[in-house]
Design a protein around this ligand. Sequence first.
Ligand SMILES: NC(=O)c1ccc[n+]([C@@H]2O[C@H](COP(=O)([O-])OP(=O)(O)OC[C@H]3O[C@@H](n4cnc5c(N)ncnc54)[C@H](OP(=O)(O)O)[C@@H]3O)[C@@H](O)[C@H]2O)c1
Length: 299
Amino acid sequence: MSRTVLITGATGTVSTALTHVLKGAGADLRALVRDASKADGLREQGVEVFVGDLDDARSLPPTFEGVQDLWLLTPNGPRAPENNMNAVWAARQADVERVVRLSVVGAAHDAPNRSGRLHALSDRETERCGMRWTILRPHWFMQNLLNEADDISATGTFSLNTASARIGMIDVRDIAECAARVLLDHPDRHHGETYVLTGPRSLTFDEVADRLGLVLGRSITYLPVGDDAKRRTLLGYGVPEWIVDMLEEYAQAYASGWGDFTTDTVADLLGRPPRDIADFVRDHAAAFTPAENPILKFR
Ligand SMILES: NC(=O)c1ccc[n+]([C@@H]2O[C@H](COP(=O)([O-])OP(=O)(O)OC[C@H]3O[C@@H](n4cnc5c(N)ncnc54)[C@H](OP(=O)(O)O)[C@@H]3O)[C@@H](O)[C@H]2O)c1
């Protein structure tokens, strides 16, 4: 019997990459979205789209009917454990067989950041959900650098409050391929496993800047800033205060060396090394490149 995978977070960074990989492998996919008008791209790929909201348990049952595998991604925020609980409950009611959950690096009840502590709650719940389960705990996403793309394009600099942190950052495309590997394998194969996913090496942002400069052919500089300056910038962009606090907690942990490690798990799962920062920068170079000179454009 063919299996249906339900994708949550379907319009976001990780699940978009996962949908791409699973569709390429011919999987039957269903997506949970909050806003049907954002789902045209999913429909075009042949994904069945259901509308529901992880904040609203009553909106979920129809989406879970006839699903065998749940890709469970909860958004950042104080309601993440409630979102996980609503999805796990809907999955149990619908006799879903397997949950593959996206957690976070360092998730633990004593993690130095609220996101890690909240994810730990949902990891525990998932481990006891009565279904087959696998948990992925990825490190810092290389794709987070896209948040700095406007500054890098415009000024050749980017500012973070991570001091001289080293981070075993990972390309989201590798997270997606690992998730797809797990979802495409037999449900028993990865049951009960928690996989910590990292890139191939631990990098400073000076090294990231050097790599950006090499690929873009111009000087790119990382400018470390203090917590208060970063907080003002993020609040100025309209980032919610809870998220700003969370990011500050991560930055402080990373600055103290908390993220300075890598694992072999991506290579073990995929049979090839994880993508390097050089691959990420090469494949996203356009995002960091200043828009074409508008005068030249009309010639
Ligand atoms: N960034 C990192 O470095 C990092 C590292 C490790 C783990 N993580 C984890 O990765 C997860 C975020 O993944 P991402 O970056 O792919 O997310 P994202 O791009 O921010 O997308 C979030 C997704 O969740 C959906 N969503 C938000 N609220 C929802 C709700 N109430 N009900 C249903 N769907 C809802 C959004 O839909 P809409 O389009 O409707 O908004 C969107 O599809 C978090 O759990 C985070 O802790 C992040």
